[in-house]
Design a protein around this ligand. Structure first.
Ligand code: DX5
Ligand code: ZN
Length: 218
């Protein structure tokens, strides 16, 4: 268990983006999570590569990019060159998942496969040894501020079992609806990386929240 915190900029105040980037730079946050949405895979539109490029200019922390787009294989090069360090693609959006995984690796990025709440993790059995992260969606992707889906705890168990069985070194990342209490439970149950938007950015002291997310007991 690594206890990595990846705050989602979807919940940042974009009119004060530099301020929020600086706050995260000075915080115990490990990565910057950037959600890319195309209005097709999910019914929302968020950021593009230009946004990532600007964030990258002001931080040395790794950029954790979550692609909620159809045909992610068409944009791998663009995401590499705008500054993505980790690139997550959705299982549900990839017809040739194996090829997409290898293409991301060839560009020197770490690769994650995200699964929607309804997608069973055993479907990753033939790629689990090839990937760096499994990204478990604990809300239906597309929006911040949604309620955590409790079935995720079972999926966390299933993912740990699969990783063990297949001798994979993939880390488990969980994304969506995570508050302090849920964060503590997820880390205790073996999650390595947690993404949080609303819980961090809606608080008057986001640095303190990030600190508390990493504590053993809240
Ligand atoms: C949802 C995104 C999440 C979201 C998390 O589609 O993938 O990263 O920004 O935000 P909260 O923590 O508010 O659920
Ligand atoms: Zn995300």
């Amino acid at each position: 268990m690594k206890k990595i915190i990846s705050p989602s900029l979807l919940s940042a105040d974009l009119a004060f983006l530099y301020r929020d980037i600086e706050m995260l730079n000075k915080s115990e946050a490990d990565w910057f999570h950037i959600d890319i949405m195309d209005s097709s895979f999910v019914s929302n539109i968020s950021f593009g590569t230009l946004f990532i490029k600007h964030v990258k200019k002001y931080t040395h922390k790794p950029i954790d990019v979550h692609l909620m787009i159809m045909h992610p294989e068409h944009y791998i090069e663009e995401f590499k060159f705008c500054g993505a360090d980790n690139l997550h693609v959705h299982y549900e959006a990839c017809i040739h998942l194996n090829r997409t995984i290898y293409s991301i690796k060839e560009y020197g990025m770490k690769v994650g496969v995200a699964v929607n709440p309804h997608t069973p993790v055993f479907l990753l059995k033939d790629v689990i040894k090839d990937i760096d992260f499994v990204l478990l969606m604990s809300v239906n992707p597309g929006f911040s501020g949604q309620k955590f889906i409790h079935q995720t705890y079972q999926k966390l168990e299933d993912t740990k079992d699969l990783i063990l069985k297949k001798h994979s070194s993939a880390l488990i990342e969980v994304d969506g609806g995570i508050n302090l209490e849920i964060a503590s439970l997820l880390f205790k149950n073996g999650a390595d990386i947690l993404v949080a938007g609303t819980t961090i950015f809606s608080n008057s002291n986001p640095k303190k929240i990030i600190h508390r997310m990493k504590l053993e007991n809240i």
